[in-house]
Design a protein around this ligand. Structure first.
Ligand code: ATP
Length: 312
């Protein structure tokens, strides 16, 4: 549904995007994740035809953003990073204006207004002027205008920016629901956001795509160590030397111990089957086990590994 091929964008000497490649399939929610200045907004501005790229091609719904920008605009709803609002316009008038500009009939507009006002939680501010809105409500109006025409493709630049935790939960829920019949590309630098809503993650760093896949796929690609935690009912002094003898062990740390039990955190090289070897060891030693769990790397660790390897 969205296709980006060798896309580059230079702002004078600044390389904001360098030969980026990624696709978003119909019905997918894809998160574009990257630190500040990575090139997320630039990518979105090109996809929404606000910017013309320096090189490369991109299309939405089979329409080229370069050759057929009007067709692309019809297909998409876009929440930009900074939403231009008319300060003296009421929320209601603004949404009606956007809906009419999008070509909705009177009946359609009425129906869609009810939907966006309800789903974006705009009721309390519906008759307020734009200049009276808090940042969170400006963001909700931004979402409402992006969805008013029921677009097939929704492109959201930092959709939960400025919202309080309760609102963030509501908007994430709404994004998940949108994926029932829409394709969604959203950008964020909030890792939890991606984990909460995206089917797939495209990681961008310094204008380059450094990762593309599900969280599990990215984890597998970056996993450098196997991690596990073990709590045994045994003396730390007896247990620790045995743990250090395990194959490919890199790190053994005792988090807590008393006369009765000891809690360890362990790391070993990938492929060392740490959890299995731990299980064998505790069985051989006859240590009663209170807890044993192998932990996959977090999204934070995965993200850091991908962006570090790109920098080195
Ligand atoms: N109009 C512009 N003129 C010059 N440089 C620009 C312009 N817009 C963006 N840049 C630069 O391009 C790079 C990518 O910026 P972009 O806004 O796409 O990043 P981003 O990932 O969206 O960042 P953020 O999370 O901070 O919004 C940055 O170095 C930025 O300073």
């Amino acid at each position: 549904m969205i296709s980006v091929t060798d896309l580059s964008m230079h702002y004078g000497p600044v390389v904001a995007l360098h030969k980026a490649n990624f696709n978003v399939e119909r019905g997918e929610v894809v998160g574009l994740l990257g630190p500040n200045g990575a090139g997320k907004s630039t990518t979105m501005k090109i996809l929404t035809t606000y910017l013309y790229p320096t090189a490369g091609v991109a299309s939405v719904g089979g329409e080229s953003v370069l050759d057929n920008p009007l067709a692309v605009r019809k297909l998409i709803g876009y929440l930009p990073e900074i939403l231009p609002l008319y300060p003296e316009m009421e929320v209601r008038d603004y949404l009606q204006f956007v809906g009419r500009a999008r070509g909705l009939s009177h009946g359609q507009l009425h129906q869609r207004l009810d939907w966006v006002v309800e789903r974006c939680g705009l009721k309390p501010m519906y008759r307020k002027l734009a200049r009276e809105l808090s940042k969170g409500y400006r963001q909700r109006v931004g979402l409402a205008q992006a969805l008013i025409h029921d677009p097939q493709v929704v492109i959201l630049d930092e959709p939960t920016s400025g919202l309080d935790p309760h609102q963030i939960m509501e908007i994430r829920q709404l994004i998940r629901e949108l994926s029932n019949d829409k394709t969604v590309l959203l950008s964020t630098h909030i890792l939890q956001e991606i984990e909460a809503v995206a089917d797939r993650i495209v990681i961008i760093n310094s204008g380059r795509i450094v990762g593309d896949g599900t969280l599990d796929e990215l984890r597998a690609r970056t996993q450098r160590v196997e991690r596990a935690e073990l709590v045994v009912v045994a003396d730390r002094k007896a247990v620790e030397p045995e743990l250090k003898k395990l194959p490919q062990i890199q790190h053994v740390r005792c988090i807590r111990s008393d006369e009765e039990s000891a809690h360890f955190e362990l790391e070993a090289t990938v492929g060392s089957q740490l959890a299995r070897n731990l299980g064998k060891l505790v069985q051989e030693q006859g240590w009663p086990v209170e807890g044993l769990n192998a932990r996959p790397p977090s999204l934070e660790e995965t993200f850091l590994a991908l962006t570090e390897s790109q920098e080195s």
